[in-house]
Design a protein around this ligand. Structure first.
Ligand SMILES: Cc1ncc(COP(=O)(O)O)c(C=O)c1O
Length: 463
């Protein structure tokens, strides 16, 4: 007698989870019947085992470890909608406090007020920062009786959110490509692309591909000179997705924020080095005049009036509440400790990986140079008998996710591998990863993946 025939009518809370019909099917169409909660939970829970282990995901910039208290707060906020400021005025107040704290951290002249808001992440924040630049430029052009049909934005090699911004909002993207020996934007490359239709320049503090900081101050100074010569006042928006939560604590002397008058807005991801759970970003403007009024919806809460600037409507509040928890819990002192430990681990990994022999470190996790990350390539002109993609595949056997990828234009032929060190990537785990990398290289020494390659293939091999 089959399971179905004999037992399916006799379902009870005592049934074994794995010996019933409910656990034998994969849902395709919309389910007809109810399931017991514990049964459905077991199905979903078990399937999630097939995902990678997030703590071993060294590709992500996002948080994979949280204090137990943050888990409690997330649970307590499961029913709170960030958009309902009138219904949840204290949560709205907590968001406003976070904005003011960030205004202080990033040296805003409007710190008592704090002009900005939370978002779902840096992508939404970048859209809002970009839109404000576009609107300001349009207003100035209209006031001067000039056309507004050909806006452009200048960036270095950026994260995809800026490709989305320029495409969704019809802005020409003047992206400075990487070149031999230059992986970042430079003032010269920026100036070569500026004209009267430039709505802004976006340097990245922590370039996605390598982790390095772009030279915000040098670019701002070059734009000051450009303004003196041409009269064109081109603003800077800093994409500080990672760096805006790192530099204030670990490289406080680095001037990249509202200390530079040309920096009019900044975005950052609370869920990256802001240490909040996934789903929160921030965008701040220097002063009220930098945020065009037509992007703002004013909402009342608890008798007050608050700016609502967002692309989303409903949004979970737990992440914002946990961001505030982290600010209180850690303060400047705690953030500096947590992030410094990450930088030290990144530098340890860079030293150890350099010692392995076949690799050349491109960025080693220097505190004032970028984020706690490292990236490397196979030594130029050499062919160890395997590619970085092979190394990534082999490390995956131990659960480590260490991405290998080709750089963007004009260095598409150059393949690199990168590790992000976040809160919770301990020195112990890092040492175990180095041991596993040694084993990977021993394996490839005994079993090379390929035997002959041109030097170009050796550094730019694609699966
Ligand atoms: C430089 C940079 N900007 C923007 C983003 C997008 O951030 P989010 O995932 O918070 O939307 C990222 C994500 O990695 C990034 O590295």
């Amino acid at each position: 007698m089959t399971l179905k025939g004999k037992h399916s009518t006799r379902r009870s809370a005592d049934d074994d989870l794995y010996a019933t019909e409910d656990n034998a099917t994969i849902a395709v169409g919309f389910p007809e019947r109810e399931s017991a909660a514990r049964q459905a939970y077991a199905l979903v829970h078990d399937e999630l085992m097939l995902d990678g282990n997030s703590r071993q995901n060294l590709a992500t910039f996002c948080q994979t470890w949280e204090d137990p208290e943050a888990h409690l707060l997330m649970d307590e906020c499961i029913d709170k909608n960030m958009v309902d400021k009138d219904e949840y005025p204290q949560t709205a107040e907590i968001e406003a406090r976070c904005v003011r704290m960030l205004a202080d951290l990033w040296h805003s002249p409007a710190k008592a007020e704090g002009i900005g808001c939370s978002t779902t992440g840096s992508s939404e924040a970048a859209m809002l920062g970009g839109l404000a630049m576009k609107r300001r430029w349009e207003a100035a052009r209209k006031a001067a009786g000039k056309p507004t049909d050909r806006p452009n934005l200048i960036t270095g090699p950026v994260q995809v959110c800026w490709h989305k911004f320029t495409r969704y909002w019809d802005v020409e993207h003047r992206e400075i490509p990487m070149d031999e020996g230059r992986l970042l934007m430079t003032p010269e490359e920026v100036l070569a692309r500026c004209d009267e239709n430039t709505i802004g320049v976006v340097p990245t503090l922590g370039v996605t591909f390598t982790g390095q900081y772009e030279p915000v101050k040098a670019v701002a100074e070059a734009l000051d000179t450009y303004q003196a010569e041409t009269g064109l006042d081109i603003p800077i928006h800093v994409d500080g997705a990672s760096g805006a939560f790192l530099a204030p604590f670990c490289a406080p002397e680095l001037e990249w924020d509202f200390r530079l008058p040309r920096v009019r807005s900044i975005n950052s991801s609370g869920h990256k080095f802001g240490l909040a759970p996934l789903g929160v970003g921030w965008v701040l403007w220097r002063e009220a005049k930098d945020l065009p009024e037509d992007l703002v919806f004013w909402v009342n809460y608890l008798g007050g009036n608050m700016r609502d600037i967002a692309l989303n409507f409903s949004r979970p509040a737990g992440q914002v509440v946990c961001q505030y928890y982290n600010f209180l819990r850690l303060g400047r002192e705690g953030y500096e400790k947590v992030h410094s430990a990450c930088y030290e681990t990144a530098q340890f990994l860079a030293r150890e990986i350099a010692k392995l022999g076949p690799f050349e470190i491109l960025y080693d996790g220097r505190m004032d140079g970028g984020i706690p990350a490292l990236c490397w390539q196979i030594k130029e002109g050499t062919d160890p008998g395997y590619s970085l993609y092979d190394v990534a595949d082999r490390l995956r056997m131990r659960g480590w996710q260490v991405p290998a990828y080709s750089l963007p234009a004009n260095l598409q032929q150059q393949v690199v591998q990168r590790i992000l060190v976040r809160h919770g990537v301990s020195r112990d785990l890092a040492a175990l990863l180095v041991t596993d990398m040694k084993k990977v290289l021993q394996h490839f020494a005994a079993h090379p993946v390929h035997t002959s390659m041109s030097p170009q293939e050796a550094t730019g091999f694609h699966h």
